[in-house]
Design a protein around this ligand. Sequence first.
Ligand code: SF4
Ligand code: SF4
Ligand code: SF4
Length: 390
Amino acid sequence: MGHIANAKSSLVPLIDRLNQYPIGLVDNDILREMLSILFTEDEAYVGSKFPLMEATLDEMIERTGYAEEKLAPILEVMADKGIVMDMPYGDKVYYLLMPGVIGFIEFTFMKNRTDIPMEKVAKLMSEYFHWDHKDGQAKEFFGSKTQLTRSLPYEDTIPVNSEIVSFDNAKEIVKNSKYGAASMCYCRHKREHEGKSCKKGAPTQGICISLGRGSEFLVRRGFAEEKTKEELLDILQTAEDLRLTHITDNIREKPTFICNCCGCCCEIMSGVQAGYYKGVNKTPYIAVVDQEICDYCGECFIGCNVKAIGLDRTVKNGNGRVSQVKSEICLGCGACISGCDKDALSMIHRDDYKRPPKSKRNMFMKIAHEKGRLGPLVTTQIKKKLGLKN
Ligand code: SF4
Ligand code: SF4
Ligand code: SF4
């Protein structure tokens, strides 16, 4: 669509439509350039016509005014690109416009694509996420009171007198899911296209876990590979061996992914590092340093993916300097613990733990409410319940 630059009539309505989601895309020139590469003119038009919930082909024919012969192939390509999720159910297929994040922006780098200039898109995406941390896309993603994502603790690092609940246990989440797959890490793949690589040596391939119905879509459309539970548990172990931070949906029931994140490539970790300390919901735990033992060797600084450990300027032990964990930043992920061979690091319970919302629906309603975007969501849900047109 060198394409859409000449067709702003579809691009702006598409952005407006995407911004009805609880997590939208802040409009600026970088976004417009990026979307003009990811969407053709027809795809932008069709995207702008999507209701807030899923729609059938017939509903989309009515909304777009396109004939089936024209619309069906467009939707097919949009599903291949990860812009639209198609969900076969009974004798019907339902289509859902994916949000930008977490959605088609990530999916773009979960495949090796030759139809778009990957280097250029990678550069634009990085610029977009880091443009104006205070009021740009970082605020849209991390700035709401209810977080979109949360961290999970390494099970073997939690306090000995503590029992981990199943929704906080990455292994239990995998075991309780009916279907699972592994895919490329979007962030590390994007960084590779910018000529950079992970400082922890974390793999790009097969390290991100997707779960449930959404992962069936990702497998069907070539974004992920189906895995057994044992294989997924092995991925979690690989992640812990590399001291990556487990990140999942900020919900208690049926999380849809477990990302395994490093501090150098991951856009989620970089948001916390940029100052959105509450941008990712924390585990019920927090790391602490035994300053009687710590010799400020610095090993744990490398382990931590959000730069939550540093010099304690107020204390000196016999050796001079000691470390401290910054409680407002620490996610309670446990990635630092095994790095301390003096056993100076451990986890304790966190006082300000915030229990995640029950379901994805609850979480999105809360975020939409906090952002003043609840109206269209509620209207769509009521219409759906009453069997009225979207
Ligand atoms: S959020 Fe973390 S694991 Fe997920 S894609 Fe980004 S770096 Fe990879
Ligand atoms: S790894 Fe252990 S000893 Fe070294 S700085 Fe961290 S807490 Fe201190
Ligand atoms: S200090 Fe860093 S690595 Fe350790 S638990 Fe906290 S966030 Fe995780």
